[in-house]
Ligand binder design. Sequence first.
Ligand code: 5GP
Length: 117
Amino acid sequence: MSSGGDTIFGKIIRREIPAQIVHETEHVLAFRDISPVAPSHILVIPKKPISSVASAGPADRELLGELLLEAAEIARREGLEADGYRIVTNIGSFGGQTVPHLHLHIIGGRQCHWPPG
Ligand code: 5GP
């Protein structure tokens, strides 16, 4: 089992810094974003330190599926399913990624707009 890598999210996985954890499995951790952009803003991350979807490989196929299914289940439990919500993953500089550890943003509780900024 990987210990999470050398990012702020690795530190959260290793409990070196606190976070409002909402869900944890063997491979996945979910916690509230420290700077929420919506009433519900949860980050869902693999414990394996993959920097983004762009760095994932065939060996991560099952993990990526688990990540998405866990995100949908967390959103359901958060009460977001009826009105809908958004799942976003940012990649690299133009994608607006600031933490180089793959994460899904669950954003809900308000109307989202399209196209995103
Ligand atoms: P990105 O911009 O990489 O897609 O998203 C990174 C997210 O991580 C941002 O929404 C940011 O607010 C959040 N974040 C950064 N540092 C921390 C932290 O220490 N704790 C928590 N809970 N969220 C963080």
